[in-house]
Design a binder for this molecule. Structure first.
Ligand SMILES: Cc1cc2nc3c(=O)[nH]c(=O)nc-3n(C[C@H](O)[C@H](O)[C@H](O)COP(=O)(O)O)c2cc1C
Length: 216
């Protein structure tokens, strides 16, 4: 049975285009497939704790060395990490905020980016320095942006620290199979947005067919 982890980072619960496309993804998936487990992790509407002095000190210690208080400090981080390891497919839906990602998503990344839990470091010369531990998973990025022109070769490419950062950091975690669906120009004319959304829905259907049918 496939396990799917859905992470939503939009601060909007109403009219969020990235949440709408996530719902479309799940709706389409449900219409064609029964055997799956879905876990939801909402970042946009939750308090994601920032890491702290105590968190960093606890993280450096081995599992055995930690006091029960330190274990408590890392409990949420451990839970996030377990969800990622358990998942076969991770769907991460996020807006562009200030040319980058929402601070809640950054706080989540700080919580999960732990040595020997999500990645290891290889000190041997000539070897790949970072080795990710999230293996054989598919990551689907659902990206919403008020404006457009952020893709490679487009006029706003240099302003894009959203998918460029996410691709890099999840690459360090070991994700090799990455798929992107973008909804651009969400602040524009509603008719244009409708066309953009339709395009994203077709891409979603093709991706779901590829991920869930072609490999079975
Ligand atoms: C705080 C904030 C910052 C934003 N910054 C950008 C930006 O830098 N570039 C952009 O194209 N859109 C920006 N937007 C627009 C959002 O990316 C757009 O509304 C997107 O659809 C939000 O995702 P959602 O519809 O899933 O909530 C920003 C919106 C907010 C609320």
């Amino acid at each position: 049975m496939k396990k799917i982890l859905i992470i939503n980072a939009s601060a909007r619960s109403l009219d969020s285009q990235s949440r709408k496309l996530t719902d479309y993804f799940i709706g389409y998936l449900k219409s064609i497939m029964i055997n799956k487990t879905i876990i939801y992790r909402d970042l946009g509407n939750s308090e994601i704790p920032h890491i702290s002095q105590q968190w960093i000190e606890a993280d450096i210690k081995s599992d055995k060395e930690r006091t029960s208080e330190e274990q408590d400090v890392l409990m949420l981080s451990d839970q996030y990490i377990k969800e990622l390891h358990d998942a076969d497919i991770i769907i991460l839906a996020t807006p562009m905020y200030n040319w980058s990602i929402p601070s809640t998503l950054k706080a989540y990344i700080d919580q999960i980016m732990r040595l020997n839990k999500i990645f290891t470091i290889n000190t041997e010369r000539g070897k790949q320095r970072y080795q990710g531990l999230l293996k054989e998973k598919n990551l689907v990025l659902i990206l919403s942006r008020g404006s457009s022109g952020y893709e490679v070769g487009e006029r706003n490419e240099y302003m894009n620290f959203q998918n460029t950062y996410l691709k890099f950091v999840f690459g360090i975690m070991g994700i090799q199979n990455l798929h992107e669906i973008s909804i651009n120009g969400t602040s524009k004319d509603p008719a244009e947005l409708k066309i953009e959304m339709k395009k994203a829905e077709i891409q979603t259907q093709n991706l779901v067919d590829k991920l869930f049918y072609e490999k079975q």
